[in-house]
Design a protein around this ligand. Structure first.
Ligand code: GA4
Length: 329
């Protein structure tokens, strides 16, 4: 299928069905680590199955999420959008991006979780314990994957994992709810062909993202040159997305993949995605460790702190290639 976008009629997009790497985490560690490294180099994206996250933890989080999004708009809006955290409807970020979704974006420290839970739930302790448990288990999975990845490229696992386990780690949790869009002509969001956008094209700024969804499709990853690959929504799997910081920390060896979610126009169910973004403490300097610098390949990026990168991110539009600003000449 070839679609010309409405905003830039010259750009031609191709949708291609390819097999996205699905890695069985219960396999032999050396084999798993080889497959993960290949996927990070080739796509910056893969799925994991047999990941050890109990089904009931995912299910309870999903049920709580749907309970929240089913509430009347006025109640959801009580959570407020404390720029950028809280409840958002169609507006994304601080620079005017829009999409066909509503969401809840939370910081993952206990105070933030407790605070939001009090605002949104009749049973705050249930909501807060569900989120805390989900985040802790998924953070654990992210660390496990980062550890195997680190071993695969010959650095100590702690070099990556401590960034997410530090008490000051700046990780986020996002619930995205994509309602069924029937009238595509009224959508104000950026159109691709006839399909409006749910969440526009971007790369994730953090280290590693873990996403699971409820079986309703929408996610697509970019292979570059206008080629997009739809990702099947498999509730049993987690999608693993390489973020910008991991691209810098591997000096470009791993790719932070551009991805997007199409609006939910063809399903009879709403799409829900639950997304953990693993980020380091704000003052962490992001740079490629000497062990990973190849003699024939000088550093691609100047060092920066995560706090600096975040302010740069929030000052720009969703679709920008933010790392360009930190490239060394
Ligand atoms: C993309 C990844 C995460 O969802 C997010 C997003 C953030 C937001 O929604 O507030 C941003 C976006 C994301 C990158 C560019 C800026 C910031 C919206 C936006 C326009 C929470 C994140 O960390 O960066």
């Amino acid at each position: 299928m070839v679609v010309a976008t409405q905003m830039s009629p010259i750009r031609v997009e191709k949708i291609r069905e390819i097999k996205i790497p699905t890695i069985d985490l219960s396999g032999k560690e050396s084999q798993v680590s080889k497959l993960i490294v290949e996927a990070c180099e080739g796509y910056g994206f893969f799925k994991v199955i047999n990941h050890g996250v109990p089904h009931h933890i995912i299910q309870t989080m999903e049920d709580e999420s749907f309970d929240f999004f089913r509430k009347p708009l006025s109640e959801k809006q009580r959570v407020g959008l404390t720029k950028p955290f809280g409840y958002g409807n169609k507006n994304i970020g601080l620079s005017g991006d829009t999409g066909e979704l509503e969401y809840l974006l939370l910081q993952t420290n206990q105070n933030a979780i407790d605070h939001t839970s009090k605002l949104i739930s009749n049973s705050p302790s249930k909501f807060s314990s569900t989120v805390s448990r989900y985040v802790e288990v998924v953070r654990g999975l992210a660390c496990e994957i980062l550890g195997v990845m680190a071993k695969g490229i010959g650095v100590p696992p702690s070099l990556f994992t401590t960034l997410l386990t530090d008490h000051d780690s700046d990780s986020l949790f996002r619930l995205n709810h994509y309602p069924i869009v029937t009238d595509t002509s009224s959508s104000s969001s950026f159109h691709h062909g006839n399909t409006p956008i749910g969440f526009g094209e971007h790369s994730d700024p953090q280290i590693l993202t873990l996403l699971t969804s409820n079986g309703v499709p929408g996610l697509q990853i970019s292979l570059g040159n206008g080629v997009w690959v739809p990702v099947n929504s498999d509730p049993e799997a987690f999608c693993v997305i390489v973020g910008d910081l991991l691209q810098v920390m591997t000096n470009g060896r791993f790719k932070s993949v551009r991805h997007r979610a199409m609006a939910n126009t063809s399903s009879r169910e709403c799409r829900l995605s639950m997304v953990f973004f693993g980020g380091p403490p704000p003052q962490t300097t992001i740079t490629c460790p000497p062990q990973l610098l190849k003699l024939n390949k000088p550093p691609l990026y100047k060092p920066f702190t995560w706090a600096e990168y975040k302010s740069h991110t929030y000052a720009h539009r969703l679709g920008e290639t933010r790392l360009d600003h930190f490239k060394l000449p």
